[in-house]
Design a protein around this ligand. Structure first.
Ligand code: ZN
Length: 95
């Protein structure tokens, strides 16, 4: 699983699980549905922990949606890396 897929699935499991748990606990008053929702939230954490990692250095990317790997600086944005910013970064590295 790529880090982009992991980012999507962790959101789906987190919000989906939260909704299922809320409906199960207060709407349906069903322990099973509430636990299934909690299980989805746990799955979200698991997906994040196992798969939300940098494709270059395989370090965890932490919470949120970083454009660059916090460890090695690899580009992680959805769009291609902007050429201008690339040049600026290279200049900074030389200094
Ligand atoms: Zn990295």
């Amino acid at each position: 699983m790529s880090y982009k897929a992991a980012r999507k699935w962790q959101d789906i499991f987190l919000f989906g699980g939260g909704i299922v748990a809320t409906i199960g606990a207060w709407g349906l008053k069903s322990d099973f549905v509430a636990l299934a929702g909690l299980f989805m939230v746990l799955l979200s954490v698991l997906v994040w922990w196992l798969y939300y990692r940098c494709p270059q250095c395989h370090e965890s990317l932490g919470r949120g949606n970083p454009k660059h790997c916090p460890h090695c600086g690899a580009w992680l944005g959805d769009e291609p890396e902007p050429e201008e910013k690339k040049k600026v970064q290279h200049k900074k590295k030389k200094r």
